[in-house]
Ligand binder design. Structure first.
Ligand code: ASP
Ligand code: MG
Length: 419
């Protein structure tokens, strides 16, 4: 039998009625001839509640017990989904991570997959079971302890099962009906994409379009798992939602596929640093050691080039990082300064910024995207503070108050409302 993986997120299993609704979608696929692996999240709000219990009990909690508690939300929905399917006459049973077993590293709270052996579930399919309902987000370490994969991890569980079982597709049922050219809450011209390439989705996922956990897209790209994002609240068929797939499956793509944005960005500038070999390393080494995820970096051109004749040249360095890492970044810089590893006159933090990015695999073969983007922003008098680019993305940091305007203007300029 061909295998299909269907994943239901927290809002899709938020109560018994929604679990029944999801079960009906599973039943339909069984009737179409699939053996189905269903991956479930905890009921929405449940994981937050469990995290709260742990934090309310212990400040410096034992991460193994955190995982034991937090993984339990998925166990409930897996059992309930199996029961509902049985009530509907569909042979189904639940699987907790350790029963499969889903073998992971022992990095509690952010474990990674080691292996997912198929034998146990395959044996049940051979016995006549049609559905394996697997608790997402969890696994078991070599030490035999329960692990979790990090928030949003059920998406990654789903993709890992699709890869392990060589599934025809991995359908991610959620509360939106697909991936859009931008957030419809920001631009009412946002359009649902029929298909999007893995690489584009990866950029969009990491840029703040929170449809899929970034790791799940990485995994899907590596194992070429065709991923579909679709709504669990609508009637759906083979063509619903957005297919995330290899770019070869996308016949004609636009130069730019989407506009992403993130408010969760801060800018830090070190003024008057020395301009000589080793300075960047002395700045970004301590930031890395402090666990700061630096994203964009700009170093000003110094007035005088560094060379033997100008040993005293100075410049400024600006970088961006997630807002909640600003304090850590500041401390890393101040410590490095106190130790004499780096020197600067002033450190300035700007948290009133947002990052806006245009993404598209077509940029690889088309010129003029940056020019068009900057021209569009200039027309609206939006000042660009920092720029960074990759092969398929251009990002700018701007004042946060212009974020919506910038997204709308870029969406128009690249005609993303038109198919
Ligand atoms: N329930 C977990 C969370 O809320 C995992 C998931 O839903 O993907 O993060
Ligand atoms: Mg999720």
């Amino acid at each position: 039998m061909p295998i299909l993986v269907m994943k239901f997120g927290g809002t899709s299993v938020a109560n018994l009625e929604r679990i029944e609704n999801a079960a009906k979608k599973v039943q339909k696929e069984v009737e179409r001839g699939y053996d189905v692996i269903v991956i479930v999240s905890a009921m929405s709000g449940e994981t937050n509640k469990l995290v709260g219990y742990v934090e309310g009990t212990s400040k410096l909690y034992d991460a193994r017990e955190y995982d034991a508690v937090v993984a339990s939300g998925e166990n409930v929905t897996a059992g309930l989904m199996a029961l509902r399917l049985q009530e509907m006459g569909v042979p189904a049973r639940s699987w907790q991570g350790w029963q499969v077993p889903i073998n992971t590293t022992s990095a509690h709270g952010s474990a990674r997959f080691m292996s997912i052996p198929c034998e146990n579930i395959d044996a049940k399919f051979a016995e006549g079971f049609k559905v394996a309902v697997v608790a997402g987000f969890q696994g078991i370490s070599a030490e035999g302890r329960i692990t979790t994969l990090g928030r949003g991890g059920s998406d990654t569980t789903a993709v890992a099962f699709a890869a392990a079982f060589d599934a025809e597709r991995c359908d991610i049922y959620t509360d939106v009906d697909g991936v859009y050219t931008t957030d419809p809450r920001v631009s009412d011209k946002a359009r649902k994409l029929e298909k999007i390439a893995f690489e584009e989705m990866l950029e969009l996922a990491s840029l703040g379009a929170k449809v899929l956990q970034t790791r799940s897209v990485e995994l899907a790209m590596r194992f070429k798992v065709r991923l579909r994002v679709l709504s669990s609240f609508e009637e759906t068929d083979e063509t619903s939602g957005t297919l995330v797939c290899d770019e070869e499956e996308i016949m004609e793509s636009k130069v730019v596929s989407g506009v992403a944005f993130s408010r969760d960005e801060a800018k830090i500038t070190l003024f008057t640093i020395e301009d000589r070999p080793g300075v960047a390393s002395a700045i970004f080494g301590p930031l890395a050691d402090a666990g700061v995820n630096v994203d964009m970096i700009v170093q000003n051109i110094s007035e005088k080039n560094y060379d033997d004749a100008h040993p005293g040249a100075v410049t400024d360095m600006t970088f961006s990082c997630p807002t909640n890492q600003v304090e850590r970044a500041k401390k890393a810089m101040e410590d490095a300064k106190a130790k004499g590893l780096i020197a600067y006159d002033e450190l300035i933090v700007d948290t009133d910024v947002a990052k806006v990015s245009v993404v598209g695999i077509g940029m690889r073969s088309h010129t003029g995207v940056a020019a068009k983007m900057f021209n569009t922003l200039a027309r609206d008098n939006i000042n660009i503070k920092v720029i960074s680019t990759s092969e398929i993305k251009i990002s700018v940091l701007i004042d946060r108050k212009y974020m919506e305007l910038a997204v709308q203007a870029l969406h128009d300029a690249f005609e993303l409302d038109k198919a």
